[in-house]
Design a protein around this ligand. Structure first.
Ligand code: SF4
Length: 371
């Protein structure tokens, strides 16, 4: 039977194929839903909040609306989402007088790479651009990033060139250059890259050839690597099921399967230490090992033996207040207990703990069963 073909593509579909053809096949051809992970949920929630905020600012002709933004913080949002959102609205100022703009702009192109309706049957390649506007002669495109790392520079990669090319076709046909601005939401930092006409040349042809490779693939082999923790279909992966356990143990549905999964987890936890120690010895002797796109081996690490007193004095001298400094010198119950034990004053522990507010939470892990 010839392999199924998709009718519609997007950059993220092409990207999934490049990361792991098996994951692509399972999700897009076999229709297995991808299990979402925390990063995906955070990204989605924050993008939706920002889109609502931008549309409000544009409609109200305001550059900021902190009161509205504060009230819009989702009551059930994770601490991560709330922190990112607060950072964003406290630092973002809408550029004035936007007459041409798009928020979460949905673009689509037909098989001849001509613009068409996003929901049309002939929509062959689709993309959603977070935010764009015209600033004088320049078309500016903003992409919100919830990544934890901010790169020093930004490559003009295919994804950015695709956004630039798509927007030029649909919104800014006369723009000579397109400024792409990546806004790293966690840190309020931006990185920019200017797309010139030659960067936008040949984009449809590159996309077309990637689609051809996908459509000609006969076996969609899995490619395990760093993406395995994020693919969302680990439970349907033949590599994982062979190396770890039967599929029902990876994705338990009954108590019996959950018990098997727990035994496996316990065994893995026990094995981990031993395996790590042996592998460390091996790589010290014979050098790093490659596993897919990851390398297991030594890399330089710098650690600092900080003296809290010296650091606090230095920060106070630099005009930071005590209230700002104390939280930086974080103290845990374990450290406090260890320290007091060393000083042979463990009797002070309860008294020291009573100066803090105790917060209850839940931790799911192995513990000794009551006999
Ligand atoms: S677990 Fe790894 S190899 Fe398996 S489908 Fe996911 S990304 Fe591919």
């Amino acid at each position: 039977m010839p392999p199924k073909k998709l009718k519609q593509y997007s950059f993220s579909r092409l990207d999934l194929y490049e990361r792991c053809p098996w994951a692509y096949k399972k999700v897009h051809l076999d229709g297995i839903p991808r299990a979402s992970n925390e990063a995906m949920v955070t990204g989605k929630t924050v993008h939706a909040l920002i889109a609502d905020y931008l549309l409000r600012l544009i409609n109200q002709k305001q550059q900021t609306d902190w009161e509205w933004a504060e009230g819009a913080a989702p009551k059930d949002g994770s601490p991560d989402v709330l922190q990112i959102w607060q950072k964003f609205y406290n630092s973002f100022i809408l550029p004035p007088a936007l007459d041409v703009y798009g928020v979460e702009h949905k673009l689509a192109f037909d098989r001849n790479w001509q613009p068409c309706e996003f929901s049309a049957d002939e929509a062959y390649f689709r993309m959603v651009v977070d935010f764009h506007f015209r600033q004088g002669e320049l078309a500016v495109v903003l992409d919100w990033k919830s990544n934890r790392a901010v790169p020093e520079t930004v490559e003009k990669d295919l994804q950015l060139r695709t956004y630039g090319w798509g927007l030029k076709q649909v919104a800014y046909p006369d723009a000579q250059e397109i400024l792409l601005r990546l806004h790293f939401l966690r840190y309020g930092k931006e990185r920019e890259v200017l797309l010139e006409p030659q960067d936008l040349e040949g984009v449809p042809e590159v996309l077309e050839s990637k689609i051809k490779t996908i459509e000609e693939d006969q076996d969609y082999g899995p490619t395990p690597g760093s993406f395995c923790g994020l693919c969302g279909i680990t439970a349907h992966c033949p590599v994982m099921s062979k190396t770890l356990a039967p599929i029902e143990v990876i994705a338990p549905a009954t108590r019996e399967q959950a018990e098997k999964a727990a035994s496996l987890l316990l065994a893995l936890q026990k094995m981990e230490k031993e395996l790590t120690a042996r592998l460390k010895d091996w790589v010290k002797e014979y050098g790093p090992i490659h596993v897919g796109d990851m390398v297991y081996g030594p890399s330089p690490v710098v650690s600092y033996d900080l003296d809290p007193q010296k650091v606090a004095t230095m920060l106070l001298n630099a005009s930071l207040s005590r209230e700002e400094i104390w939280p930086l010198l974080s103290m845990t119950k374990t450290n406090l207990e260890k320290g007091l034990r060393k000083l042979k004053r463990r009797d002070l522990l309860e008294q020291a703990l009573s100066t803090a507010t105790a917060k209850g939470s839940e931790k799911i892990d192995f513990r000794k069963a009551n006999s």
